[in-house]
Design a binder for this molecule. Structure first.
Ligand code: GLU
Length: 289
């Protein structure tokens, strides 16, 4: 497939944004709008493409390729990414596991996380971003927290082969002002509980990986769908525990179908690919939102 020339203007500001697709299917109009917004907000800055391919059974190389092609067709372009390189790579999460293990080690050394053998459905799901159509994560019962000092902090270099959770400050209101949605407040222990940072199969959770990457890639603003607002509260706690400054956040409204359901890759939402094959132009697609 031929690709349009891509030469995004060089950055003239310190803004660094990112596109963080999960290549588990073809992009649909909802993703397209969010990525277009991210692209527009980075017009005078730098845009990074990061492939969030940790969820191995669901992510496929051909989808990753299709995401890049479809976004370029739409007119979205980026400065750094898997096929372009850049100073903050690698740009595929599967290649960044050592960094996630290092971040987990720092959290363990700070006493912010604990091993948690209790395995629930959320353990399987933790590697994915918790989009709203999924059943809400149950609050992890605080009585299942191990007593302080009852586990050893692994100093060894390897990634843990055990589930680890972040201990949230019960009752604390986590506030932030979102660039699109305005002031937000989520109460730890009520709106979300101790969440997974590591899974016993040796993979980080979505929350850990995304914070580790946004920080390491020097992202100044995170643009994503508004169903991840509550995740931002969790992520702010991770930034705090790591002593890092969080980026700004801009959560876009979701594109919904006639019944008000969020368009998702796993429903039959029309993909960009199908619209393109049906003869629509990028302008036609942009007029759809
Ligand atoms: N890869 C995540 C997703 O597709 C992105 C979440 C984020 O932007 O933080 O849902």
């Amino acid at each position: 497939m031929s690709q349009p020339p891509h030469n995004p203007p060089a950055a003239s500001s310190g803004y660094r944004g990112r596109l963080a697709p999960t290549p588990s299917g073809h992009l649909h109009i909802g993703h397209a709008r969010t990525f277009w917004t991210a692209f527009e907000r980075a017009r005078h800055g730098t845009l990074v493409m990061r492939m969030e391919d940790l969820d191995a059974p669901r992510c496929r190389a051909e989808y990753a390729q299709a995401v890049l092609e479809d976004l370029r067709w739409l007119g979205v372009d980026w400065h750094e990414g898997p096929e372009r390189g850049g100073g903050h790579g690698p740009y595929c999460q599967r290649e960044r596991l050592d960094w996630y293990a290092e971040v987990w080690r720092r959290l363990a050394a700070a006493g912010a996380v604990y091993p948690s053998p209790h395995s629930r459905k959320d353990v399987e799901r933790a590697v994915r971003a918790p989009h709203e159509e999924e059943e809400r994560e149950p609050i992890f019962p605080p009585e299942l927290r191990p007593p302080p000092g009852s586990w050893e902090n692994p100093a060894a270099a390897g990634a843990p082969q055990e589930n680890w959770r972040f201990r949230v400050p019960d009752g604390e209101a986590i506030r932030f002002t979102d660039g699109a949605c305005g002031p937000q407040c989520f109460v730890a222990g009520r709106d979300f509980g101790d969440f997974l940072v590591w899974r016993r199969d040796g993979l980080p959770s979505y929350e850990l990986a995304v914070v580790a990457d946004d920080h390491a890639m020097a992202i100044t603003e995170v643009v994503r769908g508004e169903d991840l607002l509550a995740s931002t509260a969790r992520q702010i706690l991770l930034y705090r525990a790591l002593g890092w400054t969080p980026p700004a956040f801009y959560h876009c409204p979701l594109v919904r179908d006639a019944e008000g359901r969020r368009l998702a890759k796993r429903t039959d939402a029309v993909s960009l690919r199908e619209l393109r094959n049906a003869g629509l132009t990028p302008d036609d697609v942009r007029r759809m939102w």
